[in-house]
Design a protein around this ligand. Sequence first.
Ligand code: XCC
Ligand code: SF4
Length: 628
Amino acid sequence: MTKEQQGLENLSIWNDAASMLAKAKKDGVETVWDRLHEQRNECAFCAQGLSCSKCVMGPCRINMKGDKRQHGVCGADADLTVARNFGRFVAAGAASHSDHGRDVLDTFAAVAEGKTKDFQIRDEAKLRRIASELGLASDGQPIDAIARALADKFYQDYSSRSEELSFLSRVPEKRRTRWAELGVTPRGIDREVVEMMHRTHMGVDCDATNICLHAVRTALADGWGGSMIATELSDILFGTPRPTASKVNLGVLRKDMVNVLVHGHSPVVSETILAAAKDQDILAEAAKAGASGINIAGLCCTGNEVLMRQGIPLAGNHLMTELALITGAVELMVVDYQCIMPSLVRIAACYHTRFVSTQDKAKFPGATHVPFTPENARDKAREVLRMAIEAYTKRKPERVEIPGQPVDIMTGFSNEAVLEALGGTPQPLIDAIKVGSVRGVVGIVGCNNPKLTHDYCHTNLAKELIKRDILVVVTGCATVAMGKAGLLTPAGAEQAGQGLASVCKALGIPPVLHVGSCVDNARILHLCAILANALGVDMSDLPVAASAPEWYSEKAAAIGLYAVSCGIYTHLGLPPHITGSKTVTNLALNGLEDVIGASFAVEPDPFKAAELIDKRISTKRTALGLTP
Ligand code: XCC
Ligand code: SF4
């Protein structure tokens, strides 16, 4: 279908998106949907994972029709080609989360060593708790000594060590044994990623299943390593999330204020911008420029980070990032890394918007580069805010259109906050699951993809699940969808089934709980482990599932694979590029079930996906001796 046939209104389910798509047309600005249209008739080899450009004897295409070109020049067949491509895909995702985790770790280490005054340890209790959980001396030790020891321990987790990762101590025994038997226990995080690059070089690992098993190990190094370190250290540095009220959609932009959008993933830059935006001299400069203040709003995962911890409003998710600039109301977009469409620099240039990159590993031609380090962050943040204030004086009011009114949301459901609300133990949640008022828990995670109507799958899947008394926890870009649909407030419980609605009312919580950014899927892993340990079962025995209905990124593939590898049934709205191999596809859809206790399901229709997930939860409940 062409974009014209489809009509602008079918691209997204939201009014704020529709208004900005119309404005894009009027302003002559190209968006992701225009480019998708230009890229139609995608390459069938690539779509199936059957093209390879890993060496210069190629590139090769493995033709599955007839008997021509069944092998690449080196002799690789379809299974091997797909597995090698998929292995690298997962490794890139795991590397992205984990390198973000490393940057948080570098910041944490700089604090521990007294090298920066721009960051502090805001949650000392959590630092002590995690240190002693991981076997480090904590009682009576000075805080910086504990921090140094913990930093050291986490650096070792990144190394080429051959022991298992520190946080595997959280994993139920049965699950760890299963991983050990399969040879997929994650060791050093970097080690697994590098080994995947090695294995997929020409003429190394030529066994598709063996490569897939290493993909499992690499993904686990992300979930229980890089991502978990990112989450826990971010909490220690910036505060463990507590339930907070906030707002969502493009309506959070303000006509009367200097609008600064933080975009990317790491909280290190965005938290500093927030802190600097409270400096009196900066606020005075904003007032002098005629603004009534500085309004900071988030996009994508860095938006989720500052929403969870500081209640900063969320302007939009992945497919809203371009549209946010098209409002003409944004003075400055400051980015770190990941999911930042290169097109944003060009769109910013169509308005008065300044585009600022902050990371030496993520430069954008046309952007102003302001390199942030743990040591200089506060000064750089002030510099960036001054640029935004200057841009405010150049805003053209006739080009500004801020669509709609923001929607109220509730955020901040860290495991700590959830357990506290339950009175300090998971028992009330387990009891609710046992009696069936909460039949199960599903994590809806991840991105948007312009191939699917924006946020249609997210919102409909969540609504279908809560109707069936299935509690939903949400992270990443899916969060924005849930918020706009009114599911992130206690009032959202009116759309839930009777059982779930009663639990939500008793606790004053929404039927969909916001638990953070994509690295915060580690919180969900941890919660599943807590529940499984409390019940004395494996994680694969729990009535839980995961879903990435509108995913697009390598990181989402890593998340999906670590979820399955933990025994969590995982729904995807679109398949990865693996359909060219029967072996790999069968492994994903069926084969993993026997070895790892879960599998993937691919289903673009959210209503059918809800059926599949419901059935899975019923099966798991029955096996536990509960009502389906
Ligand atoms: Fe990116 Fe994380 Fe996906 Fe959103 S959800 S599009 S990965 S920002 Ni993580
Ligand atoms: Fe072709 Fe093999 Fe080289 Fe890939 S590794 S490009 S299949 S020769």
